[in-house]
Write a protein that binds this ligand. Sequence first.
Ligand code: PAF
Length: 281
Amino acid sequence: MLVIEKVEKMAAVSRKLRGGGKTIGFVPTMGYLHEGHLSLVGLSKAQADVTVVSIFVNPTQFGPNEDLGRYPRDAEGDLKKCKDSGVDVVFFPDAAGMYPEGYCTYVDVGRVSEGLCGASRPGHFRGVATVVAKLFNIVKPDRAFFGQKDFQQTVVIRRMVRDLNMDVEVVIGPTMREPDGLAMSSRNVYLAPAERAAATRLYAALSAAKGLYSSGERDAGRLKARVQEVLAEEPLIRPEYVEAVDNDMRTAETAGGDTVIAVAARVGSTRLIDNLPLLNG
Ligand code: PAF
């Protein structure tokens, strides 16, 4: 497994691989890898000749009062997981390499970045789109793999790729969950034991709405109210939003097969997100 820190070296390796006819699968991450990331590595290995994982805690997607400084990091553990999973190349740039002195170009994806997490984390998706666009230019993947867990992020990236004619296929892998339903996330490490127990309510609430949908309820307001009811049973949870949207981030009044129920909540001081497509979730 090759570990590359320099942008120029990564770009040169990718150029050579593509020149030699190899397809590149790419899994961008911020590290602290878990089974969710590794499932994307598995998809990439099945769909591309060479798998590249990037590990970069991207400062531009964190707001001034967010957790950039304490975002969990475990370089050694991540490299071992990558090696054990058969990753071919780990791209591990530093902030100065990605955003050199004088850096001033950003990618702003419009409407689909504005609601939900975009409303509560101003500038977040601008940072995500910018770094993903840069990583695509450096790694030059044929296919890039993202998790359904970050649903709005997948919509923003697909839109950026489409609007900017980027020559990469975006593949979305399913949300990986702990046995009790909690969506895997690097931020779960912040949860104290009581908060960890409370956090299972997020999936329970989404599942309750999905159950209601399966029994025939189509009114999105009532489905969202069911989510709020289940969350309200747990005092450690403070919901930030509960929304019903389609794959283009349009609010659904009437739920259908393409509706996704998305939630963000504070569990203690930790902000968690989760979502469930009403069909095939
Ligand atoms: O989902 C993440 O881990 C990040 O938002 C990403 C896509 C790696 C960009 O920094």
